[in-house]
Design a protein. Sequence first.
Length: 80
Amino acid sequence: MSDGLDAQGEPIATYKIQSGSDYEALNACIQMCDHNDACNNFTLAKQNHHIETKRNICWLVGDEVNVVGNRFYFSGRKIR
């Protein structure tokens, strides 16, 4: 998991996470990726994202990703 990176790719699933903290939302996003066989990467928009509609959104992504620096995101790769 990396703070400040956005793993961009074609989402296989998108979830709005209801959470009180970035830590709780990140754990939920990781668990969703772990339970989805097609998920290899995930990205979570932090609660302080400058675009309100993206806050606490979790994107599950397959293999094709482009990782870019962005302080408003957490991203990670599933360990198999």
